[in-house]
Design a protein around this ligand. Structure first.
Ligand code: PCD
Ligand SMILES: [Cu+]
Length: 800
């Protein structure tokens, strides 16, 4: 007998969408049984290490490898001269520039790759590094991006001199990379000229570095007998790497296999292709044996994929009630020595034009100039969808400045300017179509939860006592899920993603995706989507990603795109299977398809109790009893090209107490409300939010990549570079609302980046708020105790 209880029981046993299922992958991780790139061992494998430049800008006069080659155990030392005949001494970047694989005549940043040593083991390779003699002639160094386009600036990229047509625009100077604009300049300027109130705030979004626990590395293995190149690589985008390797090497894609094994965190650091990978592949081809190259922590921090380094000015025009009339944003982007930003091809400034935020802004103009400096290349989206972090920072900071100028409360000014629930889908004046949102509800929920009015009263009392307490508030909108192929591609490949699902005769499932988990728990959550769609329990569904020989082509995992794109492909592929299953069920039950209805895990004949076939029955029949003319088997592939991005949002509030004598900050409270539409696994979402908030805290309060005037990076170890541990990390409070995406098959939006994107301006907002009564409108990050103390001192607040 079917009862409601029975149905519920079957539903629960699926562990499908909405269930806080424990992470399947944790069983191996917590037992030390993960399989990372450095765990890969192959017969005859050699080890590589990199000779790097001590100078930020210098000409290479000569490289002498003799002594290094004479060291017992050393097999080869590769330099640009060895790569040149193969035309591999330079490689194309995702941003349409080129980057030296091994320095060719010149070094452009400190620690740049100069030569690769290959030896019997890592220790010998490291000893041989010291024996490679490189003679340099130092050149003037350019560190300050503001000086890059001046007449006195040294020219960095001699390979580009005279080439004034860049990949994205005409170049105005030899150190200029591109100019990129969005919106309407004249119309915006006119509104500013006539506005009742305007504000303008300069801010530096400092250079930081995503810091995954596992550094970058690879094992390259050229099998000369079979002509097959296999590379184990800690990559967030293995299929793209395969395409690029094939294009560079001339090997057919079918002869290249890229495998991303377990990944110890990505955070955007593992999207790009680094010189070490190319050099290791060449070494394996030359030597005919597998070559392993794994960088150390210092190499990782100093040379791979920095993030941010945006020097921004945010301007708002408004009326005296704080209603925004126009937004103007100007950016000077420091891209380092080569433009290797990881952005979709047509977006040299990523999705910076989401800088209209959650607000109904009639007109805006965004201007971005990218320049070269003598710093490491990168420009990756460190837990953000391509410059969304920067965009949210500039609008949220400028909103606060406007509120302060008008004496309107931060919450109130946001309330007045929000895009309203009934305005969705809402097209921003810079061109994004926000799919869904309910900003007012989210904000009010947070204000109630923390007793905002009470906090403001407390702050007033504290101020009267000379104490420093700040309240930060941010209401953000992100753009994630790159993206519709019509607007987004990487090297010409559209940014769809894929899923391939096979249901076996006994009803268990093997599914493969074009994305790749780095700790997000995809093996757990994709199974939940399939479970709900097909009525098969999650535990019987195996998920595999990351091997280009077996998984369908996909663009990878970054920019919180796995759920919006890969998750959608998964649901659609499952629905294709379900449609076939329905035909088989109709055949088995000898009724028409129209007579069937779906219930949890089975098709039932409407109105005839007991006449039903479960997915398990159908799976078995798919391999021995299908309707006349139907092919056997039960599987489907879907390549999903999303119609739009998804726009998750949130409201974050932070309370800080600052010690007046030391500048030490205590994050007393941090309340984060996120809306990512349909929630697949609430526990994983909570974990993702904790992780993102912690990384946001790191960026806002401590992480930085300071360079001295000679281009020396000061602080490239974890002694200097702030990686918060359990000890420093504040306590996070999380909350949610659910506003599904109308165009996503299950209504889900991405979530993993939101906490990072949303929290960083919240910390700054709180820090500034502590000093707002003293007319401070902005403080640049990182808000470490020393910098805060200097601010306190400058304001004359110290007693002695
Ligand atoms: N609605 C919803 C959404 C979501 N989810 C979940 O959560 C996660 C996430 O998701 P997403 O948002 O979609 O994302 P993805 O794509 O997957 O991922 C990516 C991200 O992720 C994050 N997180 C993490 N975690 C970990 N552990 N590790 C890592 O590394 C990482 N990284 C980071 C980053 S940075 Mo970039 O790359 O920068 O752009 S971006 C990023 C997964 O699992 C999923 O399923 C759910 O449940 N629901
Ligand atoms: Cu970004």
């Amino acid at each position: 007998m079917d009862t409601v209880a029975d149905k519920q029981k079957r539903e629960d046993s699926l562990n499908g969408v909405g269930c806080s299922r424990k992470r399947k992958e944790d069983a191996r991780f917590i037992q030390g049984k993960g399989n990372y790139t450095d765990d890969i061992k192959m017969p005859g494998m050699l080890f590589a290490d990199m000779v790097r430049s001590p100078y930020a800008h210098a000409r290479i006069i000569s490289i002498n490898t003799e002594k290094a080659l004479a060291l017992p155990g050393v097999h080869a030392v590769l330099t640009a001269a060895d790569l040149k005949p193969l035309n591999l001494h330079w490689m194309p970047t995702l941003a349409g520039d080129v980057q030296a694989v091994l320095a060719d005549e010149k070094v452009h940043f400190q620690y740049q790759e100069v030569a690769l040593v290959v030896a019997d083991d890592r220790y010998i390779a490291a000893d041989a590094i010291d024996l490679v003699e490189v003679e340099y002639e130092e050149l003037p160094v350019l560190v300050d991006p503001h000086k890059a386009m001046t007449a006195e600036a040294p020219i960095l990229r001699e390979d580009l001199v005279g080439k004034m047509e860049g990949a994205h625009s005409t170049r105005k100077h030899d150190n200029h990379i591109f100019n990129w604009q969005a919106g309407e300049k004249d119309a915006t300027d006119r509104v500013f000229d006539a506005a009742e109130v305007t504000v303008s705030q300069d801010m530096v979004y400092h250079r930081v570095h995503p810091c995954p626990l596992e550094t970058c590395g690879c094992v390259a293995s050229m099998d000369k007998i079979n002509g097959k190149l296999t590379v184990y690589l800690t990559s967030q985008a293995p299929h793209v790497v395969r395409t690029v390797v094939s294009m560079l090497s001339g090997l057919p894609e079918s002869s290249v296999r890229i495998v991303s094994p377990d990944i110890g965190g990505g955070f955007g650091n593992k999207v790009g292709i680094y010189p070490g990978y190319v050099a290791s592949i060449v070494a394996s081809i030359v030597l005919g044996v597998p070559v392993k190259w794994v960088e150390d922590r210092m190499e990782n921090i100093s040379t791979t994929a920095f993030a941010r380094d945006y020097h921004m000015r945010g301007e708002l025009a408004a009326d005296s009630n704080g209603i925004i009339k126009a937004l103007r944003v100007n950016v000077l982007a420091d891209h380092g020595a080569f433009d290797s930003c990881a952005d979709p091809s047509k977006f040299p400034a990523g999705f910076m034009h989401i800088c209209t935020g959650s607000y109904d802004i009639p007109v805006a103009h965004l201007n971005v100039d990218g320049v070269y400096t003598n710093k490491a290349p990168g420009g990756v989206s460190y837990r953000c969808s391509f410059r969304v972090t920067e965009a949210v920072y500039v609008i949220e900071r400028t909103m606060d400045v406007l509120a302060q100028k008008l004496g309107i409360d931060k919450a109130e000014i946001r309330r007045r300017n929000f895009v309203k629930k009934e305005q969705f889908p809402y097209t921003t004046c810079l061109g994004f179509e926000l799919d869904s949102g309910d900003y007012h509800t989210a904000l009010e929920k947070v204000l109630d939860a923390v007793d905002y009015k009470g906090l403001r009263r407390e702050q007033e009392e504290k101020r009267a006592n000379g104490e420093l307490m700040g309240i930060g508030l941010v209401t953000f909108t992100e753009v994630v899920g790159a993206g519709p192929s019509k607007s987004c591609d990487i090297l010409g490949v559209g940014m769809f993603d894929s899923a391939e699902i096979r249901v076996h005769p006994t009803g268990s499932v093997m599914a493969r995706m074009g994305t790749i988990t780095q700790g997000q728990g995809h093996q757990t959550t994709y199974a939940q989507i399939i479970a709900s769609e097909l009525g098969i329990t999650s535990d019987e569904i195996a998920i595999e990603e990351g091997d280009t020989d077996t998984s369908p082509y996909g663009l990878g995992t970054y920019g919180s795109r796995s759920t919006p794109v890969g998750g959608a492909a998964t649901a659609v592929a499952a629905r294709k299977i379900k449609a076939k299953a329905k035909k088989i069920a109709a055949h088995l039950l000898e009724v028409s398809e129209d007579d069937l209805e779906w219930e949890v895990d089975r098709f039932k004949v409407k109105g005839v109790p007991g006449q039903e076939k479960t997915m398990k029955d159908i799976a078995w029949a798919a391999y021995n009893n299908v309707p006349e003319g139907m092919e056997p088997g039960l599987e489907a592939v879907d390549y999903y090209d999303p119609p739009n991005f998804t726009f998750p949002f949130g409201a974050y509030l932070c309370v800080v107490d600052i010690d007046k004598d030391t500048g030490v900050t205590d994050i007393r409270r941090f309340y984060a409300l996120d809306d990512c539409g349909t929630r697949i696994n609430p526990m994983i979402i909570d974990g993702q939010i904790h992780g993102g908030l912690t990384e946001g805290y790191a960026v806002a309060m401590g992480q930085e990549m300071p360079y001295d005037e000679e281009g020396n990076l000061l602080g490239n170890t974890l002694m200097d570079y702030f990686l918060p541990t359990f000890v420093e990390t504040p306590k996070w409070e999380t909350d949610y609302t659910v506003t599904p995406s109308p165009h996503h098959p299950i209504g889900a939006k991405g979530v993993a980046e939101s906490p990072h994107v949303g929290s960083i301006p919240t910390f700054t907002s709180a820090m500034v708020d502590a000093f707002a009564h003293l007319d401070v409108t902005h403080m640049d990050m990182p808000h470490n105790a020393y910098r805060v103390w200097k601010q306190i001192k400058a304001l004359g607040l110290l007693d002695n």
